[in-house]
Ligand binder design. Sequence first.
Ligand code: DNO
Length: 352
Amino acid sequence: MRWYGSAYDTVTLAQIRQIPGVTGVISTLYDAAPGEVWSRERIRALKEEIAQSGLHLSGIESVNVHEAIKAGSPDRDRYIDNYIETLRNLGQEDIHLVCYNFMPVFDWTRTELARVRPDGSTVLAYTQDAVDALDPEKMFDSIAGDTNGAVMPGWEPERMAHVKELFEMYRDVDDERLFANLQYFLERIMPVCNRYDIRMAIHPDDPAWSVFGLPRIIINKENILRMMKMVDDPHNGVTFCSGSYGTNPENDLPDMIRSLKGRIHFAHVRNLKFITPSNFEEAAHLSSDGSFDMYEIVKALYEIGFDGPIRPDHGRMIWGETAMPGYGLYDRALGAAYINGLWEAVEKAGKS
Ligand code: DNO
């Protein structure tokens, strides 16, 4: 399960501990700004707090990448040096998985955070027309009212206050330039990843296409394989997020998983329901509630010998819960139980 830390999450470690089959959490220092060095003391305190609840810290989501690195600004080396120091500190504290993304300006993008479904649950949703009609500077304000008081990952108010300047940084950055900036970053961090055996797991762009004209590259099989070859080291790997790659119905999810054998270090498993190809809403994890065949996704992960952490992803808001959109307890707990059920079924079918 993803857990944002006791200062930010409405869900407690004690609650997570009681979800059957959940043994660990993926967490972060949520208040650390991109570019900041994480101290060993703070990492250790997070680890110990989690261990005291009977769980373990399975990895970090996310150590965010400073915009100067993504945009390739002249001061990027300073921020890469800091990133390397954070990785070294994580490695020395025995943490070996780091999820990050390389999306310019906005992390994941949704146009509604609480669309009501027929059963009264609410979900996050995306409509391309709504994005096209929106001034990017207003994007933050348009979602800020709907967050149930939570700071949404990737949508920190301090960063969003500078959206205009952030856009300016990317004026000359196209997809090719973004690939080159990613390569530069990875080549610089691989030595520390090798030394401490840290698996870097890039999160896909969500949705898997350009929004507001910004470049976006981690969107399909071709690009992700290009990225794997560009820095051909097993520590350069991916977070396979079904809900993000799945935003583009042309992405064949089980096929993508099979093509990434050995390079998927972390899996986010969730379902989406398409209304039209560019209008989708999130769904319960079950295949029958959305558009994906979840059995085939889990089967593909099993068949490639995936051995990293797997977690339920965004859940619906149900049973009157108030929490960070997508990150309540109840529906994610149902998702965890379902994924465990699929895994058991696939495993036993494989042995029979
Ligand atoms: C949204 C998440 C993303 C993800 C980052 C990884 O709910 O999936 O914010 O954690 O893109 O860096």
